[in-house]
Structures are given as structure tokens and as C-alpha cells.
Design a protein around this ligand. Structure first.
Ligand code: BDR
Ligand code: CA
Length: 319
């Protein structure tokens, strides 16, 4: 995980309420100079690509990051045609239906091409980190464009997968991002990329409550957006899961880049099932001699819940 220098960061996401909250968290740290948010790329997932792209632009603008570019990427998974979307959790437009159909905007450029270009560019000899909180389609395409991508990135943090209990969220056996594009998840997990995976095992332990949302000082633009999105997400989680609060999967992955003591990682070989009924199911195991040196991922299996909640809420509360 990161050292003292502010890290350079590329973010690939599918906003989505928790992706949007993650962008607000990162924007807070970008404004403080803790990290440099280089660019954001959007992928289809929670809602279709035009909406995830617009939402990313909208959130960055509201957070004052008008100069951080947003690039649109894959509209469909590598090998599937999905009609499923997570609108029950994220609303018809991905942001709870709070901002009308025409919010945000579309910038030019292609996501995978930009990931590769910016990874190759390595500013001041520093390689960027990549944080991926949607389906891994854009990342898999970037890998196909640049097979040496592993040497060009400092690390790749992935929100996805489920390894113990719970077995899944979108399906009993599969987490949403891996389920949405299992072929991409498999290619990325089998690659030589230096991957750190933040699965449901830890994200489902970090709950943001109504009291937390109410305690956010709404006077600033980004904080008001955060509080509104959290309130909407809590309502959706109550309706869908009978949960008293909302799960902030993607913000936890971002928080781990800001405070390395939040998660504890174990080295694991990760496989993703792409066949039949169990497509999207993920396995994590210790390396076997038959793996012939396959690169292990770091998998987060332990979370300091209080620290995680504090890091997320402090960032959303304003500067
Ligand atoms: C993941 O699925 C999406 O709905 C969320 O944005 C998160 O990235 C959790 O399974
Ligand atoms: Ca997401």
C-alpha cells in the first residue's frame, strides 16, 4: 500500500451511489493534497454506460474537480449481453433519481486507451495506482491493449468478489461486479497485475446509519450531495435488505488507499468461475505448486470497522 508521497490515482467505476460516495471521498483527499486524482473512467454496470459516465462527471463537478477528466469505456461485458442493472439499490439513473435525467455530461476519449496511456506516462517517474469499483471490463481491455500493464502500475485495488460468508449479494454465490462480467474478472485475477481485492467479506461489515447521514454538515456542496445520496441509499437498503443503514462497498476500497491500517490482507490465488450457473463465483486459496508461480493477489479479509467508518465519514463531512 502507499507510502509518504501523494499517490497518483486512476479510478474506474460505475456510479452508482456507493461509487459516487467513493468519488466524493477521493475528491476530499485530492483537494487536501493527500493524493492526485488523475482521471476517472466509467464502465457499464449499476446502470448503462451513458449514465455511469454522466454520473461520474456530475459528482466530480459538484466536488469542484472540474479539471479531472472522465472517459467512457465498455458498454457491455466482454462476452455477455446484460439487461440486469442494480437500479433497486442505485435508482433508475444510478444516483437515486435525485438529479433529473440530464445531469452530468459526457467527455470524449476511451477508458481503456486512457488507462494505458496514463500508466505509460508515469509522471515524475511515479507509477499510478488503479482503483476499480465496477465490472472489470475496462481493466481487462486495457490489459489486452498493454500486456505489460503490470509493470506500469504501482498497484490495482479492486472492489469485488466474495470468499467466505456472505457468498454473494447479487446472486447467493456471486458479488455484483464479478457477476456482471465474470470473464473480465477472471482475466484480471489470472493476470500478473499487482492486485489487492476488497471483497464483500469486509465491505458488508461497514454500515453507515441514518444518524451518520444526519450528522453530516450539509452546508457545503459536496457534503450535501453526500448526505442526500446516503439518505437515499439507506432507504434502498431498508427496502431491499431490511438493513438499518447502507453498505459502502466502494468507499471502503478507496479508504484503504488513504489509510493502510483499515484492512488486513492475506496472499491468495483468486479464481473466478465463468461457466454455467455459478458464473461470477469467486474462490480464494493459498498457492499450490501446480499454480507454477501464478501471482497471488492480496485479499482483504479483516477490517477495522471503526477506523473505516471514521475515515469515510470524516471525508464526507467537509474540509
Ligand atoms: C458492488 O456492486 C455495485 O452495485 C456497487 O457499486 C459495488 O461496486 C458491490 O457488490
Ligand atoms: Ca461500483
Amino acid at each position: 500500500m502507499p507510502g509518504d508521497e501523494p499517490i497518483r490515482l486512476l479510478v474506474d467505476c460505475d456510479p452508482g451511489i456507493d461509487d459516487a460516495i467513493m468519488l466524493l471521498l477521493l475528491a476530499h483527499h485530492h483537494r487536501r493534497g493527500d493524493l492526485v486524482l488523475d482521471a476517472v473512467t466509467a464502465v457499464a454496470g449499476n446502470v448503462p454506460l451513458d449514465k455511469t459516465t454522466r454520473n461520474a462527471r456530475f459528482v466530480l463537478d459538484r466536488a469542484g474537480l472540474v479539471d479531472v477528466p472522465v472517459y467512457s469505456g465498455a458498454a457491455q461485458p466482454l462476452a455477455r449481453r446484460h439487461t440486469e442493472q442494480a437500479v433497486a439499490f442505485h435508482g433508475p439513473d444510478g444516483l437515486g433519481g435525485l438529479y433529473g435525467p440530464d445531469h452530468g455530461g459526457i467527455d470524449g476519449g476511451d477508458a481503456a486507451v486512457e488507462i494505458v496511456r496514463r500508466a505509460r506516462a508515469g509522471v515524475d517517474g511515479r507509477r499510478p495506482w488503479l482503483l476499480a469499483t465496477g465490472a472489470l471490463t475496462n481493466v481487462a481491455i486495457a490489459l489486452a491493449l498493454e500486456p505489460a500493464l503490470a509493470d506500469l502500475l504501482e498497484g490495482v485495488v479492486v472492489m469485488g468478489g466474495a470468499f467466505g460468508a456472505p457468498g454473494g449479494n447479487w446472486r447467493p454465490w456471486a458479488e455484483y461486479n464479478f457477476y456482471f462480467d465474470p470473464e473480465a474478472a477472471r482475466r484480471v485475477c489470472e493476470s500478473t497485475l499487482p492486485i489487492s481485492i476488497v471483497p464483500l467479506d469486509v465491505t458488508e461489515r461497514v454500515v453507515i446509519t441514518e444518524a451518520d447521514a444526519e450528522a453530516i454538515d450539509r452546508r457545503q456542496g459536496p457534503s450535501q450531495l453526500a448526505a442526500d445520496l446516503l439518505t437515499q441509499s439507506i432507504e434502498n437498503h431498508r427496502r431491499q435488505m431490511h438493513l438499518d443503514g447502507c453498505l459502502m462497498h466502494d468507499p471502503l476500497a478507496a479508504a484503504a488507499l488513504v489509510d493502510e491500517s483499515i484492512l488486513r490482507w492475506v496472499p491468495r490465488v483468486v479464481d473466478v468461475c465463468t461457466e454455467g450457473e455459478l458464473a461470477g463465483h469467486s474462490f480464494a486459496r493459498t498457492a499450490h505448486h501446480a499454480d507454477r508461480g501464478r501471482r497471488e493477489s492480496h485479499v482483504a479479509l479483516y477490517v477495522d470497522v471503526d477506523r473505516a467508518r471514521a475515515t469515510i465519514l470524516n471525508a464526507l463531512g467537509g474540509d
